[in-house]
Design a protein around this ligand. Structure first.
Ligand code: AMP
Ligand code: GLY
Length: 424
């Protein structure tokens, strides 16, 4: 079987790596891929959003299945375009992907179906938004409605920060039309967790739980990033809480979508705030999380191709999905300056030292080849991921591996997974 993976980050490297272990696979293509992915897949130079060219490619190469990694092609309707041409593709349609591509859609949807989330108001006028924020006071959360690469959310501790966020989104249009509307939201407290599930339109099956680290610096300081590290499982998600998340969030989403004529096939990701053992939804994503996928897929024991076809064929209920009874930790190595401006083209050394370490996988995110070297080509460069018998040993192995890798300006957090270790 031939599979095409769309995307070129750490998440896609983990997907390709897991697919490469499948008994069904003859060939994997990845568009655009990266230096690490090119070791196990053929990277093709077709634009991620050029659906016509991608469809031509899967027709010409007899590709059996396409798996979409990132949100942008999903929100632009890649699944609709492939399905129209009778091509098998895994991911939600454009309409369903609005759960991620429009925060207003997601909040209104949650309100309609009684899914727990922070109280909110929506504004398309900056004057009214500002009046509302002054009336509510701080802390308060301001969100651009549309996709903003994880940068459109501002948790404002002071009124100045809140007003500055509104100005940036609505007046300066820092995120373009994604900022035509804002959601102003009550600020929730608690512990965050990422909860991802496989969906086939009828059944939802949870993945192993995980936790991201969104801020750039240790101790959750500094600006939000795409994610600086993750671990799985997240001890905050107990068995009881998992059942509650399924009952109060995941199933109601599936039922709500169905009631609106949407059959959701693919991954549903709920970003949650957990307080006093109860979940509240911060956001939905219509895809696997990055970097959560790296530790979560490291623990997956079931063939990913079997899961993909069970989702497409509506047969998830017949499949037993198994996870390794181990823990996994992923530490992201980023370029100096990320999530702001950063340089590219720094030579990466030390990548070859892990061939004899089956518990360590170095997933590439922003990397490329240059003159025979592997060089940095993005903000998040690598996701060093290790399995261990518990979070402590996985963390130790991951950081030991990090110590062998180097590039100029390499930045990483030194406290990934400490939250899990601090728990009683
Ligand atoms: P989102 O993209 O909506 O998940 O927001 C990004 C990050 O902002 C989340 O991971 C939280 O850390 C924070 N955040 C979002 N919404 C809220 C909220 N209502 N209360 C507190 N923090 C929030
Ligand atoms: N790590 C958060 C996300 O993928 O959106």
């Amino acid at each position: 079987m031939k599979v095409l993976v769309i995307g070129g980050g750490g998440r896609e490297h983990a997907i390709v790596w897991k697919l490469a272990q499948s008994r069904h696979i003859d060939k994997i293509y990845c568009s655009p891929g990266n230096a690490g992915i090119s070791e196990i897949a053929e990277c093709i130079d077709v634009g991620t959003n050029d659906f016509g060219a991608l469809i031509d490619f899967v027709k010409y190469e007899w590709v059996d299945l396409t798996i979409v990694g990132p949100e942008e092609p999903l929100s632009r309707g890649i699944v609709d375009a492939f399905e129209k041409e009778g091509r098998r593709v895994l991911g939600p349609t454009r309409k369903a992907a609005q759960l991620e591509s429009s925060k207003v859609f997601a909040k209104d949807f949650m309100r309609r179906y009684g899914i727990p989330t922070a109280g909110y108001s929506v504004f398309s006028s900056s004057v009214h938004a500002e009046d509302h924020v002054r009336m509510k006071g701080t802390p308060i959360v301001i969100k651009a409605d549309g996709l903003a690469a994880g940068k459109g959310v501002f948790v404002a501790g002071t009124m100045d920060e809140a007003i500055a966020a509104l100005k940036l989104i609505m007046k300066e249009k820092a995120f373009g039309s994604a900022g035509d509307r804002v959601v102003v939201e009550e600020c929730l407290e608690g512990e965050e967790a990422s909860f991802m599930a496989f969906c086939d339109g009828k059944t939802v099956k949870p993945m192993a739980s995980s936790q991201d680290h969104k801020r750039i610096f240790d101790g959750d300081k500094g600006p939000n990033t795409g994610g600086m590290g993750a671990y799985s499982p997240a001890p905050v998600v107990t068995e009881k809480l998992e059942a509650e998340i399924m009952e109060k969030v995941m199933w109601p989403v599936m039922r709500g979508l169905k009631a609106e004529g949407i059959q959701y096939k693919g991954i549903l990701y709920a970003g949650l705030m957990i307080r006093d053992g109860s979940p509240s939804v911060l956001e939905f994503n219509c895809r696997l999380g990055d970097p959560e996928t790296q530790p979560v897929l490291s623990r997956l024991d079931t063939d990913l191709v079997d899961i993909a076809f069970a989702m497409l064929d509506g047969k998830l209920s017949e499949l037993d999905i198994r996870w390794k009874q181990k823990s996994s930790v992923c530490v992201v190595l980023a370029s100096k300056g990320y999530p702001g401006k950063y340089d590219k083209g720094k030579v990466i050394s030390g990548l070859d030292g892990f061939r004899d370490e089956p518990d360590v996988a170095v997933f590439h995110a922003g990397t490329a080849f240059d003159d025979g070297n592997i060089v940095t080509a993005g903000g998040r460069v690598l996701g060093v991921t290790a399995l261990g018998s518990d979070i402590g040993s996985a963390k130790e192995k991951a950081y030991r591996a990090v110590g062998k890798i180097h590039f100029e300006g390499m930045h990483y957090r030194t406290d990934i997974a400490d939250r899990a270790l601090r728990r009683p």
